[in-house]
Each structure stands twice: as structure tokens, then as C-alpha cells.
Design a protein around this ligand. Structure first.
Ligand SMILES: CC(C)(COP(=O)(O)OP(=O)(O)OC[C@H]1O[C@@H](n2cnc3c(N)ncnc32)[C@H](O)[C@@H]1OP(=O)(O)O)[C@@H](O)C(=O)NCCC(=O)NCCS
Length: 178
């Protein structure tokens, strides 16, 4: 169990999967994120089984501390244990809860775990250039922009630029030290 100030990160359980399916079929959640086709419970079960034994990914469910409600997911992918690097990803599926700091808190808990428990050196991510809310959240957590891939993703009838961001262990400041 990984504890933030508003949320905790816990293992993904099989019982969580129907909620992921609901969120991963919501056009608002998917506007700048994730999959591009309808996602079934069977798809999600296959994802769940595959990720459990894959050493290059580590996924968590996000749960509120206040009432234990499962509100989203986050995790690491492309983990490279030699370079000590990983890509991170995050979503709050319960969109009525956006803007309350849950995403920021979950991301902070995730990167704290990455640097202080998994001994990562570099955590990186990619985000649609127009996804201002997400970029703001990543900057608040200490990520820096390192580059832009032009027209890298086709979605909603046009191409979008992707911004790459990262944070190094030497730049990371644990909450208690800031
Ligand atoms: C992106 C996401 C994780 C943000 O979660 P959240 O809980 O709403 O985020 P927070 O409330 O912690 O913080 C959002 C910040 O962005 C700011 N923000 C919101 N809309 C904004 C906009 N249009 N432009 C700039 N900043 C904006 C908020 O004010 C807040 O910053 P502040 O605390 O300084 O005021 C959530 O919206 C989500 O899951 N979206 C769908 C999936 C997704 O896109 N994931 C990210 C893929 S890269």
C-alpha cells in the first residue's frame, strides 16, 4: 500500500476490472489518453493477466483515503532495470472528481515509490501537447519538458504533437523536504 495525502495506491484486483472497462470507454477520459477502440471486459481481463507476470510494468489502483473509493489507475511501463528508468501513466476515471488534487497526489505517491523504493533514476512520460491540465500536473510534480514529437499521434481526425517530459532522481524532492 502506497500512501499519499488524499489517495493510496494499491494492487489492482480482479474485482476492479468492470470499473476500468467503464472508464476506458468514456470519451471524456479518453480524449487525450489510452486506447482508441471500444474496450471489453475480456480485453481488460487479458491485460490484467498479462501485466501480473510482466517485469517491465507495475500497475496500481488509485483509491481515496477518505472513503476507500476506487477512482482511477496509474503505474509504470517500459521499466528498464539496468538503466533504472520507466515511463509513468495516470488517470482518474471518475471525472466528477477531476480538479480536486487527486491526480497530483497520486502522481506524487507514484514517483516517490519509483525513486525511493524501486531505485529508479529517470521517470518519463508523454502527453498530448494540448492536454494543459495534465502538463500542469506533471510540472507541479517536478517533471521537465524535454522534447516534442510533431504530428506523432492521429486522433479525432487530425495529428497531434506529443510532449515528452521527465524527472531525474537528483531533481526529485520528497514531500517532507519541500
Ligand atoms: C489529467 C488528470 C489525471 C488530472 O487529474 P486531476 O485530479 O483533475 O488533477 P489535479 O486536480 O490534481 O490537478 C490538475 C491541475 O491542472 C490545472 N488545470 C485544470 N485545467 C487546466 C487547463 N485547461 N489548463 C491548465 N491547467 C489546468 C488545475 O488547476 C490543477 O492545477 P492547480 O492545482 O495548480 O490548480 C485527469 O484529468 C484524468 O485522469 N484525465 C483523463 C486521463 C488522462 O488524460 N490522463 C493523462 C494522460 S497524459
Amino acid at each position: 500500500m502506497i500512501r499519499g495525502e488524499k489517495v493510496r495506491l494499491r494492487a489492482v484486483e480482479r474485482d476492479d476490472l468492470p470499473r476500468y472497462v467503464k472508464w476506458l470507454n468514456d470519451p471524456d477520459v479518453l480524449k487525450y489518453f489510452g486506447i482508441y477502440r471500444p474496450w471489453s471486459l475480456e480485453d481488460e481481463e487479458a491485460w490484467y493477466s498479462a501485466q501480473r507476470t510482466d517485469q517491465s510494468v507495475l500497475n496500481f489502483a488509485i483509491e481515496t483515503l477518505e472513503d476507500g473509493r476506487h477512482v482511477g489507475g496509474c503505474g509504470f511501463s517500459h521499466i528498464n532495470w539496468r538503466n533504472r528508468s520507466a515511463e509513468c501513466g495516470l488517470f482518474i476515471g471518475e471525472k466528477s472528481l477531476w480538479g480536486q488534487g487527486l491526480g497530483t497526489d497520486a502522481l506524487r505517491a507514484l514517483i516517490d515509490y519509483g525513486f525511493r523504493q524501486l531505485n529508479f533514476h529517470r521517470i518519463y512520460l508523454r502527453v498530448y501537447a494540448e492536454h494543459r491540465r495534465a502538463i500542469r500536473l506533471y510540472e507541479k510534480a517536478g517533471f521537465q519538458i524535454e522534447g516534442r514529437w510533431r504530428d506523432a499521434e492521429f486522433r479525432h481526425g487530425r495529428y497531434h504533437d506529443l510532449i515528452w517530459m521527465s524527472i531525474l532522481e537528483t531533481e526529485y524532492r520528497p514531500r517532507e523536504s519541500v
